[in-house]
Design a protein around this ligand. Structure first.
Ligand code: NAD
Length: 367
């Protein structure tokens, strides 16, 4: 876990002493500016299915009707936890069908180097998620001082192993390793993280199809689809330009015909740019950076940020997780928003499972 931060009270511009950690169902909020609700229909979610490697028709179900709405606030909660659960159930059913039909079980290999606790936790969670849906997981755990050559050797073995359909290198790698060399070594057709430059390059090019789309941005777009948010023709702002979230999220939105602006740490007057957005995807890693005043009434907000915030006096754990967006303020202005936690986070692992299943299906020509 990254070090915790003490941040200014998110709601300092509103009720004195209120906190951004107040559960949203306890907040009294005026109904006023929310004329854009009709954006959140539940009708459209069948398009772009091939790129996202998900059978969207199967996933479209009464689930979409369970949009959690806060009685006293106007923003709908985009419930990533329940969407992800539903997707995992679908994946599990598909895996059973494939096993029965052709005897193939999807396999995911994870390479972990070093002793970072957060990385170990992520790998453990991924392994459990694989077990739950019936994906066979393989883990190689190398010590911090292993060489890049050792990592490359394992990747090469996994590339050649037909029982493995996905290879994931847990990042960050120790400093003495060249991340680019390591990620480039993963076979493009097992690159379930979607970080191989060929997959990213194809994502960026018109008329090309990547074999895999990076999991977190893919999860953001699936949530928008799932909640019937129209992307085509909308103004979208992505905050952050990292290789793993911001940049591919912007590419995906552009592929879906949004007009996309990227805001980053050197952007001047970010609030003015963000205020123009119908859709905001924030992946800056800056707790409560996006205030209510930055948000256009009715905008849809996908908050990727996961920021531990020091609240020693309020929580036995000593910290809370908050997003990049001040949730309480945003709920008064936006038409829909992902919570943190429980928004994008659960979708990331669901997309990893989905990519691994797609890879196995492709390898065995199973539809
Ligand atoms: P990163 O540090 O690699 O990139 C952050 C980006 O934000 C950079 O491009 C930087 O230019 C931009 N940025 C930083 N400060 C800014 C500011 N003040 N204004 C505008 N832009 C700013 O981080 P990352 O790996 O892309 O992750 C971003 C956040 O998303 C983190 O909080 C991380 O924990 C979270 N995350 C969540 C998931 C998930 O599954 N939900 C997955 C990956 C990352």
């Amino acid at each position: 876990m990254a070090s915790t931060l003490i941040v200014p009270d998110c709601s300092s511009s509103t009720a004195a002493g209120a906190s951004c950690f107040i559960p949203v169902n306890k907040i009294r909020i005026r109904r006023s500016v929310f004329h854009v609700h009709q954006q959140i229909s539940i009708a459209r979610w069948g398009h772009k299915a091939s790129l996202l490697n998900i059978d969207t028709r199967r996933l479209f179900s009464p689930m979409a009707l369970t949009v959690a709405s806060n009685a006293e606030t106007s923003a709908k909660v985009i419930d990533g936890k329940s969407v992800a659960k539903h997707i995992r159930e679908e994946i599990s059913t598909e895996i059973s069908r494939m096993k029965e039909a052709i005897g193939v079980i999807p396999g995911l290999a994870v390479v972990l180097v070093g002793d970072r606790k957060d990385s170990a936790t992520y790998v453990r969670n991924k392994k459990k998620a694989c077990d739950d849906v019936g994906i066979k997981s393989y883990e190689i755990h190398l010590s911090e001082d292993s060489t890049e050559q050792e990592v490359l050797k394992y990747i090469s073995e996994f590339n050649d192993d037909p029982s493995i359909h996905g290879i994931l290198v847990q990042l960050p790698l120790p400093r003495h390793m060249n991340e680019e060399n390591v990620l480039n070594a993963v076979s493009i057709d097992k690159d379930v993280d979607g970080f191989h430059p060929l997959n990213i390059g194809r994502l960026a090019m018109r008329g090309r199809e990547p074999m895999f789309v990076p999991c977190t941005p893919k999860g953001c777009i699936v949530l928008l689809h799932r909640y019937g948010v129209t992307i085509k023709g909308k103004r979208a702002v992505v905050i952050g330009r990292s290789n793993i979230v911001g940049m591919p999220a912007a590419l995906l939105l552009q592929r879906e015909d949004a007009t996309v602006t990227i805001v980053h740490s050197r952007t001047k007057n970010p609030e003015e740019i963000v205020r123009q957005a119908d859709i905001i995807i924030s992946a800056a890693g800056q707790p409560n950076m996006v205030r209510g005043s930055w948000i256009k009434p009715g905008a849809v907000i996908i908050d990727v940020g996961i920021n531990p915030v020091d609240v020693r006096s309020k929580s036995p754990r000593g910290y809370h997780l908050v997003g990049d967006v001040c949730y309480e303020e945003a709920c008064r202005v936006a038409s829909a928003i992902t919570p943190v936690p429980g928004g994008v986070g659960p979708m990331t692992i669901a997309m990893l499972l989905s990519n691994t299943l797609s890879s196995a299906k492709r390898a065995h020509n199973f539809d």
